[in-house]
Design a protein around this ligand. Structure first.
Ligand SMILES: [Zn+2]
Length: 293
């Protein structure tokens, strides 16, 4: 009986897993799974233990890209440091620039912090604006809608199913956001410092002030001059929270905390980056809680 059940499940998986979808990061992977259901086979390329700007490329990623029907990427420059050579090596026409099977999520987002002059020459990794929109739960439905449209475009036969999955998810997420917004109201006006500008969309949405960053520029390691200036500014502004990610060194944050009395909060930049951030709800709940603390 068990064997028969297993065989049925395997067969169903085989029959219905019509689209092989690669996503560069886990948050988009989970959203794709919600909209695609049994009709998609989702692979996440970038592990959340790495800096999303610099995922360590493994040969196995090329094999995954080679098989993909659809690649969903964050865009806005976030994958510039690791994805282009993998895409070239995979040589999969379906997902190349301009192909139907490439979804660049940043095209659907109102990008913030877009610089007036391009400063990547100085090492700024946010030369196209801030690419970290997926840490804001208010962007989830924007991403889900773009994914739904793309899945329907690639697999029009199953339009009804994608649309139904989206409707169910949309209802659930709207309820979640209502609740989340109420909780976040208590933190309006709070001041924080970030290591890297990972939460600007979130902070802007919930009226939380970012007083500065441990990095002098996105992607540039802290200098003692910059750190001392930041400590001064934190004292003046009574900042008591430092938002630290899991992949940068933590010594500078600890030093700043010892000089200002602020608390270091380790928060996730992607699903599963910290313990307990394994679902979309848990991921954003942890971000909210640790920012508000
Ligand atoms: Zn960044």
């Amino acid at each position: 009986m068990k064997k028969l059940l297993l065989l049925t499940i395997l067969l169903q998986g085989f029959l219905f897993a019509s689209l092989r979808v690669d996503t560069t990061y886990s948050t988009m992977g989970l959203i794709t799974q919600k909209i695609g259901g049994d009709l998609v086979n989702v692979t996440v390329l970038g592990s959340s233990k790495y800096d999303p700007h610099f995922i360590v490329p493994k040969p196995s990623l090329i094999a995954k890209l080679r098989r993909a029907d659809l690649l969903i990427m964050n865009g806005g420059g976030l994958e510039l440091g690791w994805l282009p050579p993998l895409l070239r090596a995979a040589n999969n026409a379906k997902i190349q620039n301009g192909a139907k099977g490439l979804l660049d999520m940043s095209h659907y987002i109102s990008m913030i912090d877009v610089p007036s002059s391009v400063s990547r020459a100085f090492g700024d990794v946010h030369a196209q604006g801030n690419p970290h929109f997926s840490t804001d739960p208010n962007q989830v439905l924007v991403m889900a809608e773009a994914i739904k449209k793309k899945l329907i475009q690639l697999d029009p036969e199953n339009e009804k199913i994608y649309q139904e999955n989206f409707n169910v998810f949309q209802k659930k997420w709207q309820r979640y956001l209502q609740n989340f917004d109420t909780k976040m109201q208590m933190c309006q006006g709070k001041k924080v410092v970030q290591y890297h500008e990972l939460y600007n969309y979130f902070l802007k949405r919930y009226d939380i002030q970012s007083i500065g960053n441990i990095e002098p520029l996105p992607g540039i390691s802290p200098s003692s001059k910059h750190t001392l200036a930041l400590i001064m500014s934190m004292r003046q502004n009574h900042v008591k929270t430092i938002l630290q990610d899991v992949y940068h060194e933590q010594k500078t944050a600890a030093f700043i905390a010892s000089k200002t009395g602020a608390k270091v909060q380790i928060i996730p930049h992607d699903i599963r980056a910290v313990k307990g951030s394994d679902t979309l709800e848990n991921f954003y709940n942890i971000i909210g809680k640790r920012i508000c603390n």
